[in-house]
Design a protein around this ligand. Structure first.
Ligand code: NDP
Length: 324
């Protein structure tokens, strides 16, 4: 038997129930992973509330790290005893143990502990593709990055510093501002007390930024467009405040022939070679110490409701994990 989080309906944190299930042996192409740590991500909230629909009953969670305990027929990527981590589908990492497609697993370098892996895989692979593939940032670029003290945000602050990119970060409190600055943000704006469009114009001498990374969605979308220089790129990659309402393409023309994209990590890592290249890049900056991913919040698997309450109420900073 193994304990897993299951939901039979969508809704608030109370819909997540800890249940005992019998774990089948891994099928063809699968590996059984016993988790040592599990990542908590804002996307888990979208699946829990039903913003992102999935058939019910369902598990939750898209990130984990642990040890391979068994492999099914035809598995080549991992073997029993390997230390592994993953980020992505199928959903269901809120569990003591589970079966995963072996092709989605990455063998962890010695220097990366399980807790760090669970804290960094999904958020770190996200920053990797956002900064290297959605747009290939280069030294001297100035970008706006919302929620800069969050899980994705703190990794972005540090990775921007590595690349020589001037990151203007927005945050919701002075404590978060100090943390984002300490992690490498060149400028920080508290968007609860300051008008971030005006501040971005001031900081950039009226020019605007070349890229906005917006994971807040509804509350910031239009103002984010106002921060872009002509021909700038709007990267709308999340909806922490709610989905972006429909908008007219002429909004892009009137602001200077802007570009827009709505990317997802799953598309950027769908091919094994892309997943491996992104992981090598992430393991590289973490291994060198240029990007540090401490665990800021730890919860027992049974207390997952509290983890979601804290994340949704904007209490957390950096990454959160569950211990199985
Ligand atoms: P965070 O740790 O960043 O938590 C979300 C943060 O968003 C909060 O701490 C808060 O920071 C800010 N926020 C602003 N408005 C709200 C609101 N109304 N409700 C809640 N939070 C709000 O989460 P993650 O690091 O897990 O994810 C960050 C974002 O990136 C999410 O939107 C997520 O969906 C997205 N994402 C997208 C991916 C993709 O490939 N498309 C992959 C990974 C993440 P503050 O108090 O400073 O405002």
């Amino acid at each position: 038997m193994t304990k897993v989080i299951q939901m039979t309906r969508t809704g608030g944190p109370e819909v997540m129930e800890l249940v005992d299930v019998t774990l089948a042996p891994p099928g063809p192409g699968e590996a059984q992973v016993r988790h040592e740590a599990i990542g908590v991500n804002f996307i888990d909230v979208y699946f829990r509330t039903g913003l992102y629909p999935q058939p019910l009953p369902a598990g939750l969670g898209m990130e984990g790290a642990g040890v391979v305990e068994a492999v099914g027929p035809g598995v080549t990527h991992v073997k029993v005893g390997d230390r592994v981590a993953y980020a992505g589908r199928p959903i269901g990492s809120y569990a003591q143990a589970r079966n995963m497609p072996a092709a989605a697993l990455l063998v962890l370098p010695e220097h990366i502990p399980f807790e760090t892996a669970a804290a960094m895989m999904l958020q770190g692979l996200t920053v990797q593709y956002l900064f290297h593939r959605t747009v290939a940032l280069k030294a001297g670029d100035t970008i706006l990055f919302h929620a800069a003290a969050g899980g994705v945000g703190l990794i972005a602050c540090q990775w921007a510093r590595v690349l020589g990119v001037n990151l203007i970060g927005t945050v919701g409190s002075d404590q978060k501002a100090a943390l984002a600055r300490a992690n490498g943000a060149a400028h920080v704006i508290n968007y609860n007390t300051e008008n971030f469009v005006e501040r971005v114009r001031e900081i950039t001498g009226g020019k605007g930024v070349s890229v906005v990374y917006d994971s807040i969605g509804k509350d910031t979308f239009t103002a984010s467009l106002d921060c872009l220089a002509p021909l700038g790129m709007m990267v709308s990659f999340g909806n922490a405040s709610g989905p972006v309402p429909p908008f007219s393409l002429s909004e892009l023309a009137s602001r200077g022939s802007l570009f827009i994209t709505r990317p997802s990590l799953m598309n950027y890592t769908a091919k094994r070679e892309d997943l491996e290249a992104a992981a090598t890049s992430l393991f590289g900056v973490v291994g060198s110490g240029e990007v540090k991913v401490p665990v800021h919040q730890r919860y027992n698997l049974a207390d997952v409701a509290q983890a979601h309450i804290d994340l949704e109420s904007r209490k957390t900073m950096g990454s959160s994990i569950l211990l199985p």
